[in-house]
Design a protein around this ligand. Sequence first.
Ligand code: COA
Length: 327
Amino acid sequence: MGIKIRGTGSYAPDKVLTNADLEKMVETNDEWIRTRTGICQRHISAPEQACSDLAEQAARRALDMAGVAPEELSAIIVATITPDHVFPSTACLLQHRLGATKAFGFDLEAACSGLLFSLETARGLMSANAKYRYVLVIGSDKMSAVVNWEDRNTCVLFGDGASALLLENCPGEEDSFLASDLGVDGNSLEILSLPAGGSRNPASMETVENKMHYVHMAGRDVFKLAVNAMVSSCRKVLEEANVSIDQVRWLVPHQANERIMKAVAQRLPLEEERVFMNIGKYGNTSAASIGICLDEMKRADLINPGDYILLTAFGGGLTWGAILIRW
Ligand code: COA
């Protein structure tokens, strides 16, 4: 069973928030943000734009690229931690909006690793049953809705965006997905979480007063864990696929921090020129980031058929992983 990526799409809202803009909101400065993170600006949704609106734009672009109609979709998986609602799922809203009359769908929550977890899930469905011919995998997050804009430790890092990958099941063709390694560790709630709004701490005056509806993060711990986990997963998938790091055309890491990405590259090892980075323009767009990279790379003709591309991510949960694809 050969699963191929037939279309890519991405979307970032029009409004740009620069580091200079942030200087007026919290005690920070452009130089600190650039040197510590590599971020120069991020895109911020309009108040009326929610996760599904960002996702819809990315989805339409991926469908257009592939020349596939929404009615041909058999499934929609939306990776997000900022769904429009607790329920219905963003995938349901999107099914209706796109007119994907034959698709089922669901949201998948794995924070910044969401796109990789969704790709693995889609691949499992498609490999198990040929009736899943076209599956749309989306990463979409409106992080601006869950960031505390008074907390300089976190607000400078995140941005809004969406990306979509259209997968096609091509029996008899070579599979583009060569190997994967995914992991979770639920013993690290205090390192990276959004504490309230679920059934543990339902919304109340107290949760609002205590700012529990925002991202809470221990930045330094996340940094170290992220580098170790991504390097380990990358090594495992290369070994499983019997592909050497020298054969990899592009490393496409989740765009959390330029220094994290460079540390991963250094340890694999792989030259920085082969690491795709666009964090400067978008910040950390959570589940969307790897797909935004792939879409930019595809549209800029940076990917050729046969290229080995190593995707890797790390996020809240904790969650992490790597997937090796051959374009
Ligand atoms: N502007 C200016 N100063 C800031 C600041 C900001 N936006 N944010 C934090 N600081 C200050 C801190 O208060 C601290 O001051 P202190 O030394 O007086 O206490 C100082 O800068 C250094 O903080 P530290 O946390 O050691 O910086 P760092 O080099 O670890 O960088 C992060 C901080 C958040 C950029 C970095 O740890 C990181 O990127 N971690 C991973 C985060 C991440 O990727 N999360 C998402 C995972 S998917």
